[in-house]
Design a protein around this ligand. Structure first.
Ligand code: PXP
Length: 249
C-alpha cells in the first residue's frame, strides 16, 4: 500500500562533506542505503552543474544500489537531460540553478520558459520518468506546470522556514496559507503535490498537514541531525512529526 505522505531523503550533503576533504568518504550511497533501511520512501540527489556535491558517478551508483525510487534533481539543461536519460531514475525534479547560490533559492519560472519546457518535459516523460517542477506557490507557475505536461509539482517551503526562524510569525502564517492554496489548486489541476526545502522538526508539521501533499523531500537538516543522533534516529523522529501532523500516531 502506498503511504499517503512519503518521506524523500536528500543525501547531497553527505557528498558535500566528502568533497570538503577530497576523500572517498563519507559515501552518499552508503547514506542512501542507510536511509532506505531506516524507512525512507525515496532518495533525492541533485547533480549540480558545478558538481559541488553529487557527482555523475554518484548518480549512477545510487540508481544501481537503491530499491526505493531515485529522484534526480537537476537544472533543465541539455547536459542534464542526457545524463538523466542515461540514468533512468524514477523521477526528476527540475530546479532553477545559479552558480553563485548556496542552495536552490527560488522556484523555477515555468511560465516564462513554457515552450522550451514542454519539449524538455515531454522527452523525459516519454522515457517513463515522472517529472516534477520545483516552484513557488504562484498560481501562474502552478498552471504553467500543468500546461507543460509535468506530473508533479514540488512547492518550495524555504521562504516559510526562513520566516519561522526569523520570528516573523504573521508573515510565516501568510506564506503557509499561500502554500495551502497552491497545493489545492495544483491538485485540482491533476498534479501530484510534493514540498520541500529547509524543513526541520520545528517547521515540518504545518506542511505535512496540508492534505494534498503526498511527499516531502528533506535533506540538510536530517544530515546535520544525523551527526548527533544517527540517520536512522533522525529519520524516525522526522517521520513521527509527519505522522502526528497527518493525524496518525
Ligand atoms: N527539494 C528541492 C527541490 C531542493 O532543491 C532541496 C535542496 O536541495 C530540497 C528539497 C531539500 O532541501 P533541504 O536540504 O533544505 O532539506
Amino acid at each position: 500500500m502506498s503511504k499517503d505522505l512519503r518521506l524523500g531523503v536528500n543525501i547531497d550533503h553527505v557528498a558535500t562533506l566528502r568533497n570538503a576533504r577530497g576523500t572517498a568518504y563519507p559515501d552518499p550511497v552508503r547514506a542512501a542505503l542507510l536511509a532506505q533501511r531506516a524507512g525512507a520512501d525515496g532518495i533525492t540527489a541533485h547533480l549540480r552543474e558545478d558538481r559541488r556535491h553529487i557527482r555523475d558517478a554518484d548518480m549512477a551508483a545510487l540508481k544501481e544500489a537503491l530499491a526505493i525510487p531515485l529522484n534526480f534533481e537537476m537544472a533543465a539543461t541539455a547536459e542534464m537531460q542526457k545524463i538523466c536519460l542515461a540514468t533512468a531514475p524514477h523521477a526528476v525534479c527540475l530546479v532553477p540553478e545559479k552558480r553563485e547560490e548556496v542552495t536552490t533559492e527560488g522556484g523555477l519560472d515555468v511560465a516564462a520558459d513554457a515552450a522550451r519546457l514542454t519539449d524538455y518535459v515531454g522527452a523525459l516523460a516519454e522515457a517513463g520518468i515522472r517529472v516534477s517542477m520545483f516552484i513557488g506557490h504562484d498560481p501562474r507557475q502552478i498552471e504553467a506546470s500543468a500546461a507543460v505536461g509535468a506530473a508533479v509539482i514540488e512547492l518550495h517551503t524555504g521562504h516559510y522556514c526562513d520566516l519561522h526562524y526569523e520570528g516573523r510569525f504573521d508573515a510565516r502564517d501568510l506564506e503557509l496559507e499561500a502554500l495551502r492554496a497552491g497545493a489545492k489548486l495544483a491538485a485540482s489541476l491533476g498534479l501530484e503535490v510534493h514540498a520541500g526545502h529547509g524543513l526541520t522538526y520545528e517547521t515540518v508539521a504545518p506542511v505535512a498537514a496540508i492534505p494534498q501533499i503526498r511527499e516531502l523531500n528533506i535533506g540538510h537538516f536530517l544530515i546535520g541531525e544525523a551527526v548527533f543522533v544517527g540517520l536512522d534516529a533522525a529519520l524516525a523522529q522526522m517521520r513521527s512529526h509527519m505522522d502526528a501532523a497527518r493525524g496518525r500516531k
